[in-house]
Design a protein around this ligand. Structure first.
Ligand SMILES: [Zn+2]
Length: 413
């Protein structure tokens, strides 16, 4: 372990690679648009596969287009330590979301190559297909298939708005691999990712030790009232669906506040019918997004939403339909992997704090089939899923150095 303790990645090379990848699908405002399985995604994949080849990795691709670049270990019968994330972006995405995790893994391998450093276990870098879920819903579908959350047919059948399926598009861009999806033994999985929130930067911490991920429950609500003329309809005879929606927006906010600081409660979408200035709205559709790391709290939030929204609707004489369209249980990452990250960051002298991921990540699904952990790095003003998403080069280096050390810890350096 004495050599390993002095190992550092090449931060300049990592940054150059990030910037080179960001040229593919670069947008005018300095971000990236590299939607899953487009020609630009193919270019990004090709560049990664090229780099992996130069780093003397063997590359395999599975039937969801997940790419595995493998550096042999001393004992090839042992399960690998796997590092990675995704290369696809939102339509107005940033340069670091996902890419940092993939290229940090590659930089770990390049660093070990520079030093001719042999690990006991093999190391692999993985690129998960369509993490963002922007072109093809849902998000994280390919790590989900890998983890057995979804079937392969389901994954291949995901279609974009033009009706192109993931299966067709994987074949079209040459990434429909023949390896089966899942069933690979993984000794440990580490994912470096930007925080996508403001906490680390605000507290001056360089590394977030991610202990788990929030659970999520998503709902769609429809309120049915009666459309009528804004002039002749007296106030006491109105069944105004938008008034009900407004009270529910406030209710959702109150439910979030009741479970501070860990709860998040958001109405992000509102559709008003007929949306005309002199018609009392007859129907309103709205979305609700609840997040919390404790499933029991989510159950309380669910109950309060259903009972209190029903009371609001009844008072105004509205019909109400509440449908839970998605739920995702909270995740606790593997304590040994989390400890490896903590030790690595402490040994390197970085300022750290424990943190729970507010967003979903591929690691959340992989945690179901392999010991997993995540390493968060700060991002400027907490901004992500935005072309202005930005980080400092030294934050990328810090995250990658922690990844190197945690991976060595787990790979039997
Ligand atoms: Zn991401």
């Amino acid at each position: 372990m004495s050599i390993a303790r002095n190992l550092r990645v090449n931060g300049a090379r990592l940054w150059q690679s990030l910037m080179a990848m960001a040229e593919i699908g670069a947008t005018d405002k300095g971000g990236n648009c590299r939607l899953a399985l487009t020609d630009l995604d193919r270019e990004a994949r090709d560049l990664f596969v090229d780099w992996a080849g130069v780093a003397e990795c063997s590359v395999t691709i599975d039937a969801m287009g997940n790419i595995f670049a493998r550096r042999a270990g001393r004992d090839e019968t042992l399960a690998p330590v796997v590092m990675g994330s995704h290369l696809d972006t939102q339509p107005t995405g940033g340069r670091f979301d996902g890419v940092l995790g993939v290229l940090s893994g590659l930089e770990v391998i390049r660093t070990l190559n520079d030093l001719d450093y042999q690990t006991e276990r093999p190391l692999e870098v993985v690129v998960w297909t369509n993490e963002e879920g922007s072109r093809f819903a849902p998000a994280m579908v390919s790590s989900g298939v890998f983890a057995g959350v979804f079937g392969l047919d389901y994954g291949h059948a995901r279609a974009d708005r033009d009706g192109h399926t993931m299966g067709e598009e994987l074949a079209r861009i040459g990434y429909l691999g023949d390896e089966p999806v899942g069933g690979r033994d993984i000794h440990a999985y580490f994912e470096v990712h930007i925080e996508q929130g403001p906490i680390l930067e605000a507290e001056g911490k360089e590394i977030g030790i991610v202990t788990g991920a929030q659970g999520q429950r998503w709902y769609e609500l429809t309120l049915e009232g009666v459309e009528s003329h804004a002039g002749p309809t007296p106030m006491d005879r109105r069944r105004d669906a938008l008034l009900g929606a407004a009270r529910i927006v406030d209710l959702v906010n109150r439910i979030g506040l009741e479970h501070e600081p860990l709860a998040c409660a958001t109405v992000g979408m509102l559709e008003v019918h007929p949306n005309s200035r002199n018609v009392i709205p007859g129907r309103v559709f709205l979305s609700v997004d609840f997040r919390h790391p404790d499933n029991e709290v989510l159950t309380v939030m669910d109950r309060d939403l259903r009972t209190q929204a029903a009371e609001i609707a009844e008072r105004i004489g509205l019909g109400l339909a509440v449908e839970e369209i998605f739920s995702y249980a909270p995740i606790a990452f593997d304590e040994h992997c989390v400890d490896a990250v903590r030790r690595a960051a402490d040994d390197l002298g970085y300022e750290t704090r424990d943190i729970v991921s507010g967003a979903g990540h591929d690691a959340c699904y992989i945690a179901g089939v392999a010991p997993s952990a995540m390493i968060f790095t700060p991002c400027i003003d907490g901004i992500s899923h935005n072309e202005t998403e930005d980080i400092k080069p030294e934050w990328a280096t810090a995250g990658c150095d922690v990844l190197l050390r945690a991976a060595l810890d787990k790979s039997g350096a």
